[in-house]
Write a protein that binds this ligand. Structure first.
Ligand code: GRF
Length: 215
């Protein structure tokens, strides 16, 4: 039996990326097991998704932990106690402390709804529409100590149309997020990602040969 990558997923909101990861695992396209989902909000709809799929979750409400270090320490303890190897930020809206980052070096993946390095930070779909870019998209990257600056694993591009607004563009981008995030996780599970400085290389695996990635 194939080893399954033990992952911990951090969420804050709707959890559509969490759902896509769950669906990929359940259909056998992602060799991972979700050891725990951590939400910083008790209201997150992502928790409902956990209940429906019998996935263990923990709420660590950031309001109860005004000091970021204490909040992150709580998360570290939960993730370590569940044997998590890779931390997955799926719509997690908190900035991680250096303590957290050093607990999981190059073992934290984030998804961001823009073509980094363009538009890091918040409200990026609105910023892309307002700026007038013709293309936007999403980026999966390893987290480092900057905001959305870590080594890029994979990106997907979408067009931006004249009549787009923040919502329509966000929906188009989300569809791509749901494809590339599980794919990047599967590459990690297969041990195929190699980080050298800023660059992430996708190593070939014998069973994959020279086959191109198909989303
Ligand atoms: C996604 O666009 C993600 O990239 C961003 O926040 C949104 C969250 O979506 N960080 P969801 O919670 O996975 O539905």
């Amino acid at each position: 039996m194939k080893k399954k990558l033990p992952i911990g997923i951090l969420v804050s909101g709707s959890g559509s990326n969490l759902q896509s990861i769950i669906d990929h695992i359940e259909s056998g396209r992602l060799d991972a097991v979700i050891k725990v989902v951590i939400s910083n909000s008790p209201e997150a709809y992502a928790l409902e998704r956990c209940r429906r799929h019998d996935i263990p979750f923990v709420v660590i409400n950031h309001i109860d932990h005004p000091l970021r270090d204490a909040f992150d320490q709580q998360m570290i303890e939960v993730l370590h106690s569940r044997g998590v190897e890779l931390v997955v930020m799926a719509g997690f809206m908190r900035i991680l402390t250096s303590r957290f980052l050093s607990s999981f070096p190059m073992r934290i993946m984030n998804i961001h709804p823009s073509l980094l390095p363009a538009f890091p930070g918040l409200h990026v779909q609105r910023k892309a529409v307002e700026y007038g870019v013709r293309f936007s998209g999403c980026t999966v990257h390893f987290a480092d100590d900057g905001v959305d600056t870590g080594p890029i694993i994979v990106q997907s591009v979408v067009p931006v149309y004249d009549d787009d607004d923040e919502v329509s563009l966000a929906q188009r981008i989300l569809k791509e997020e749901h494809k590339i995030f599980p794919h990047a996780l599967q590459w990690y599970a297969e041990g195929r990602l190699e980080v050298k400085g800023r660059k992430v290389y996708l190593k070939e695996e014998s069973s994959y040969g020279a086959k191109q990635a198909e989303f």
